[in-house]
Structure formats: structure tokens, C-alpha cells
Write a new protein. Sequence first.
Length: 127
Amino acid sequence: MPLFKPIISKIWRIIYNSLWHYWHDLKNIRLIATLLDLRLKSMKVWSDEIQNEIINKLRTEFKTWQNVVAADESLNCVETSSSLAPSFMRKIFSHDQSQVNHKIEIDNYLNKIITPTLPETTNVYQW
């Protein structure tokens, strides 16, 4: 058993460091997840400061995601310049997203008229 202690210790450190790396910002992850839940997105129990902070973090995450997608699509264009390979968005949504105004997508989501808040009793597994 003593031979395995260094290996187990090393594996433990790797797992611990990985969890810390990906989950160190757990508070913000939970708040963004709550904001993205159509039943809870009104954020009425949060202070204005927290609401604005989380909305800005969501905008930052969305911008990061857009940059990753744009880089992925430009890489796909270089790799398949002569083919008709579908874009990342078309793969997901079955149509080209070039007509969508991504600059106001979060504003549209947060707009209660465009994307209404659902009752908390809504079963999200039956959408």
C-alpha cells in the first residue's frame, strides 16, 4: 500500500486543483445560472448592485463565447474553404444566424415582454 501513496496523493492534487480551477467562481456561476432560468430571471430578491454585476458578467461570458465561435468558424472556413460545410450556428439551429443581432440578444432575453418570466411552478422538464 505504501507504494500507492505518492500516486494517490498526486491524483488527489490534480483533481483538487482542477476543481478549484473550474469552480472557484461558484457564486457567480450560480447567479448566472439563476439569471438564465426563465422562472427566476426577474432577480427581484437581489440588490440592484448584484443584478447589474451579474448581467455584466453574463455579457462578458457571452462575448467570450462569441469570440470562440467566431474563431472556430474562421478556422473551419480556412480548413474547408472550398466545401459547403455548415457553420457552427447552422449545426445547432438548422439555419444561418447571420441575420440575428447578437449585440442585443441579452437585452432581448432580459426584456420581460420579448422573453417573459415563467411562473416558478413551471416544470422545466416539460418544455
